[in-house]
Design a protein around this ligand. Structure first.
Ligand code: AMP
Length: 283
């Protein structure tokens, strides 16, 4: 398909109608737009593995808390569309807020214990909003596979659990985190950082690497890993720790002793910007 063939759909009905005409496999990449190379890694993976790829762009109000950045979340649909065209994406689903949440909308997905820890504890209601919009997108698009970034590892775990528990019958494919050359995980929110905050934000990756290095040298006490991360983060004046975790990847329960498939993760404020990152400790 050449660049001019990307079709933009803005209603569920139009998206469904297009989907109904597609033969073969369909990959869905849900995003909130302001696309970067992290999103593009998901898109490329979907393009490799499916006959068609649909990217959704929707800044989902229900996953933002009342004090969070929904209003000022960065948006640039024109730039997003040109990136997706260049990438050869067939269809972009870009609904409005009332299209997804019409007046009277009143049904939500309630994820269980996996959504209570870490991001769920720090952002009450966040995963309820995520699970609800993702299920609605799945229902409209009916994908064969859906692609999510490991950058948001707990989101992957919540969606996988929802897909299993509710028998969604599709494949959830996690894609590794894409980083800037300096190690900062790519994020639409990085645009909030001024140059000195960007420098300060490198402490996230430094602390994850330090934990991984300790583990690689044989350290298995989870608290020692968490403490080494805190020490690094506390030495950065612009950083304020929200949480530091060394947990079992599937349940996100904090560990005493590091086991296979453990995950270290963190949420840190750099000035007014909240950043998250994580790394898996894989043998
Ligand atoms: P967002 O637009 O931030 O909601 O992200 C849309 C999807 O892209 C989610 O599945 C994210 O986990 C994924 N994503 C965001 N940043 C990255 C990154 N740096 N590397 C890989 N995937 C990412």
């Amino acid at each position: 398909m050449d660049q001019s063939d990307t079709l933009v759909l803005d209603t569920g009905a139009a998206m469904r109608a297009v989907r109904a005409g597609l033969a073969g496999t369909v990959g869905l990449v849900p995003t909130m737009g302001y696309l970067h190379q992290g999103h593009m890694a998901l898109v490329r993976r979907s393009r490799e593995e499916n006959d068609h790829t649909i990217v959704s762009i929707f800044v989902n109000p229900t996953q933002f808390g009342p004090q969070e950045d929904f209003q000022r979340y960065p948006r640039d649909p024109e730039r997003d569309l040109s990136l997706l065209k260049k990438e050869g994406v067939d269809f972009v689903f870009m609904p409005s807020v009332p299209e997804i949440y019409p007046a009277g909308f009143d049904t939500y997905v309630a994820p269980g214990s996996i959504a209570e820890r870490l991001e769920g504890a720090a952002r009450p209601g966040h995963f309820r909003g995520v699970a609800t919009v993702v299920l609605k997108l799945f229902n409209i698009v009916q994908p064969t596979r859906a692609y999510f970034g490991q950058k948001d590892a707990q989101q992957v775990a919540v969606i996988k659990k929802m897909a299993l528990d509710l028998a969604l019958g599709l494949e959830i494919t996690p894609v590794p985190t894409v980083r800037e050359p300096d190690g900062l995980a790519m994020s639409s929110r990085n645009v909030y950082l001024n140059p000195s905050e960007h420098q300060a934000a490198l402490c996230l990756w430094r602390s994850l690497r330090a934990a991984r290095d300790l583990w690689a040298k044989g350290e298995r006490r989870a608290e020692t890993l968490r403490q080494s991360m805190r020490t690094i983060l506390e030495s950065e004046p612009l950083a304020r720790i929200e949480y530091v975790s060394a947990a079992y990847g599937e349940t996100l329960q904090e560990l005493e002793e590091i086991q296979p498939a453990a995950q270290v993760s963190l949420a840190v404020w750099i000035g007014k910007t909240r950043l998250i990152d994580n790394i898996e400790l894989r043998v």
